[in-house]
Design a protein around this ligand. Structure first.
Ligand SMILES: Nc1ncnc2c1ncn2[C@@H]1O[C@H](COP(=O)(O)OP(=O)(O)OP(=O)(O)O)[C@@H](O)[C@H]1O
Ligand SMILES: [Mg+2]
Length: 452
């Protein structure tokens, strides 16, 4: 509509200017020719000469022609109405002062008309005025038609654009509304719900990202529930034992000092178990949260393994378990020493715990494909193959009867697994029941240090 209005205004201006120029030129020609009819010293026109000059060409001018002398008296009127009358109008006044003037008026009887007036001058003297008036009705009618046409074009365009916009807006907003509804359901706790938007555009990608987020959320939620259930279950067992032991002491009035001591010893060991469990849980929470807080540094992996062996040896010696280390390669590696020590310690400690008296633990270190490989092999009780996929899960213990005897909470391997994953490494296990278990840890020598 704005463009159409602009076009219309320009067109109208051009039309009017064109007509104005045409008539100005014609008036100017007449003015030049009429100089012959002027009696210069008297400033008067010879009427006969004037008529003779104008009559032959009057039919060429599409309008009314008036010749007015310097006293504003009409000398010639092509309509023969105003002859010898005074015509004091704005245009004649201005032109007698030397200006060429043009104006458009709305006349009662003739409608729109243009007045063009030009002075008749010779040697800086003004002898009169040529005034042409022409009807603009036809011109403005054509312009009105153009205006109406442009208005109709604008209207049709507007309607079409509105229909197309509404159509496309509904196509675009439909999947967005679907997404919003799905998100509201997620907020209400409905997880694991997928949206079916298969387009490849931004909305499709958004839906895909939402689906991924939802899957992750439901996985985290499942883990959280399992974790809370496991923790409360594991904490409950030692707490129940402590409660029973304490109650029996309170209720048994005949209990002697030896019995008191024995019961308190049991309570103390249950408390130690609780303490260890809470410590391990804190380590796990730490690893979950601060995955970027590893303190990487370059070190010799062999010395870290030696430290693990030195730490476990006193315990192994008690049950005459032989621990050997074979350093096939010396490996310089970038790791968080403390964390890797803890992971290896958990694995070697398991090897010691789940190996009978006089058994052996053999550790081998070597380098393969830019990875450090540490193998921890024991000849202990082994793990049934059905249990192998779960041993890295939190609180998972192969045989709770057996596990109770050895003590522990089932978190050690999940901590080790997490630490090794944070180093972009892998941990694998092979086991034969009653023959032994081998843990293989592979660590990249130069990890991508995204966490530094
Ligand atoms: N070397 C091994 N030989 C046989 N069984 C093992 C060995 N290592 C781990 N397991 C089994 O895997 C289970 C999980 O081990 P994990 O270290 O996570 O827990 P845990 O040793 O029972 O307790 P803790 O949290 O104190 O380490 C153990 O309970 C045990 O049954
Ligand atoms: Mg363990």
């Amino acid at each position: 509509m704005i463009i159409n209005t602009y076009v219309y205004i320009n067109l109208r201006q051009r039309f009017v200017e064109e007509i104005e120029n045409n008539f100005s030129v014609q008036a100017q020609i007449l003015s030049n020719r009429l100089l012959v009819a002027v009696d210069k010293p008297c400033y008067s026109f010879d009427r006969l000469t004037t008529s003779k000059i104008i009559e032959p060409i009057i039919h060429l001018i599409n309008g009314r022609v008036l010749i007015i002398d310097s006293s504003m008296t009409v000398i010639f009127d092509s309509f023969y109405v105003l002859n010898d009358k005074r015509l004091e109008i704005y245009e004649t006044e201005r032109s007698l002062k030397g200006e060429s003037v043009s104006n458009i008026y709305q006349l009662e009887n003739y409608g729109k008309a243009m007045y063009i007036s030009v002075p008749i001058t010779y040697a800086d003297c003004i002898y009169g005025v040529v005034l042409i008036s022409t009807s603009m009705e036809g011109v403005f009618e054509s312009l009105d038609n153009v205006q109406n046409m442009l208005f109709v074009i604008s209207l049709v365009t507007l309607i079409l654009v509105t229909i197309i916009s509404v159509f496309f807006a509904s196509i675009i907003s439909k999947p967005i509304n679907e997404l919003i509804t799905a998100m509201k359901r997620t907020v209400k706790g409905v997880l694991n719900e997928k949206i079916e938007i298969s387009t490849n555009d931004e909305i499709g990608q958004l839906a895909h990202a939402y689906n991924l987020m939802n899957t992750k959320l439901s996985y985290i939620e499942k883990q959280r529930k399992e974790f809370v259930a496991n923790v409360s279950h594991e904490l409950k067992t030692p707490l129940a034992s402590i409660k029973i032991l304490a109650e029996s002491l309170i209720e048994d009035e005949n209990a002697n000092i030896a019995m008191h001591k024995e019961f308190l010893k049991d309570i103390n060991s249950e408390m130690n178990r609780l303490n260890n469990m809470v410590d391990e849980l804190l380590v796990l929470a730490d690893l979950d949260e601060e995955k970027l807080a590893l303190k990487f540094s370059r070190c010799t992996l062999n010395s870290v393994v030696d430290k693990v062996v030195t730490t476990i040896s006193p315990l192994a010696n008690v049950r005459n378990i032989k621990v050997t280390v074979e350093h096939k390669d010396r490996i310089q590696i970038v790791i968080d020493q403390g964390k890797i020590f803890q992971a290896l310690m958990n694995i070697v400690h398991n090897a010691e715990k789940y190996t009978e008296k006089n058994g052996s633990i053999d550790i081998v270190i070597h380098c393969k494909n830019m990875h450090a490989v540490i193998e921890v092999q024991d000849n202990g009780i082994g793990i049934p193959s059905a249990n192998l996929p779960y041993i890295f899960d939190r609180f998972y213990r192969v045989d709770s009867d057996r596990a109770r005897k050895t003590g522990g909470t089932g978190i050690g391997l999940s901590i080790a697994h997490r630490i090794i994953s944070l180093h972009q490494g892998v941990i694998e296990v092979n086991s034969d029941i009653n023959r032994g278990t081998t843990f293989v840890i592979k660590l990249p020598i130069e990890p991508r240090l995204y966490s530094i």
